[in-house]
Design a protein around this ligand. Structure first.
Ligand code: PHE
Ligand code: FE
Length: 276
């Protein structure tokens, strides 16, 4: 059965993907033969530019696992990435037409399936794209899924998401995703490094997040993070920093139900708010 497309957040535009080709769980086949020479070239150029600036900015786990994505000259076949990925952490990637509804997303993560948009941005969107494409989803997210702690964290996040949906707490929980999996920073041997996919797939935000004196950087704190709104159309004004992936895993182990109840009575923070 064909599924309905979804618009997330404040999106005024309908999403770009063709949802008619999706299954009930929103997954679809990666239409690899549909990629043009220009598509592969866009991937190659994005890959090259981003990889050149990883040293000193990206965390070790990312740099070490990036080669598992295979040839950098063309968009990988997802099945080829799945071989080493499944061996490493029992995760798989599955193709999707684009953004999918929250609960479908959570259900896939809970089953250790990471949804990856299969289409790539047009050349005129080289610098900036509003919706995640295959470069963001694959290059940004998948190397981190080779890390055992991060891999387990993402699965548990999916399970927690299904529970948050029943509790009407998705907005709070999704901020944790945003400030960790998408825009997280980690301290490695005393130096800041990026592990969030939104940073790792952005040429501008990667150096900005690590080196700019402008944004605020605070230690990850569950309540503070889940009470902090975020901007989707600019670099982050606040980053939350962890000391290790084990710390992230341990910190989120408990049941969030009482935290959600507690937060309902507390004010939110603006994306650039200071203090706590
Ligand atoms: N432990 C959280 C809960 O019970 C879920 C969660 C797990 C959230 C991992 C984030 C990361 O709701
Ligand atoms: Fe993402």
């Amino acid at each position: 059965m064909a599924v309905q497309p979804v618009v997330y957040g404040e999106g005024e535009r309908p999403p770009r993907g063709n949802y008619a080709r999706a299954n009930d769980d929103y997954t679809c086949a990666q239409d690899w033969s549909a990629y043009t020479a220009q598509d592969h070239d866009t991937y190659r150029r994005l890959y090259e530019r981003q990889t050149a600036q990883l040293p000193g900015l990206a965390c070790n786990a990312f740099i070490e696992s990036l080669p598992h994505l295979g040839a950098k000259e063309r968009i990988p076949r997802f099945e080829d990435v799945n071989e080493p990925l499944y061996k490493a952490t029992r995760w798989e990637i599955v193709a999707v037409p684009g953004l999918i509804p929250e609960e479908a997303f959570f259900a896939l993560l809970a089953g250790r399936k990471f949804p990856v948009t299969d289409w790539i941005r047009k050349p005129e969107e080289f610098e900036y794209i509003v919706e995640p494409d295959v470069f963001h989803d694959l290059y940004g997210h998948v190397p981190m899924l080779f890390n055992p702690q991060l891999a387990d964290y993402v699965q548990r996040y999916g399970e927690g998401g299904l529970k948050a949906a029943r509790l009407g707490a998705c907005e709070m929980l999704s901020r944790l995703y945003w400030y960790t999996i998408e825009f997280g920073l980690i301290r490695e041997a005393g130096a800041l490094r990026a592990y969030g996919a939104g940073i790792l797939s952005s040429a501008g935000e990667l150096p900005y997040s690590v080196n700019s004196p402008e944004p605020q950087r605070r230690p990850l704190d569950l309540l503070r993070t889940m009470r902090t709104r975020y901007k989707i159309d600019s670099y982050q004004q606040t980053y939350f920093v962890i000391d290790s992936f084990q710390q992230l895993f341990d910190m989120t182990e408990g049941d969030f139900t009482p935290l959600y109840a507690q937060m309902r009575g507390m004010p939110e923070f603006a994306a650039n708010a200071t203090g706590d």
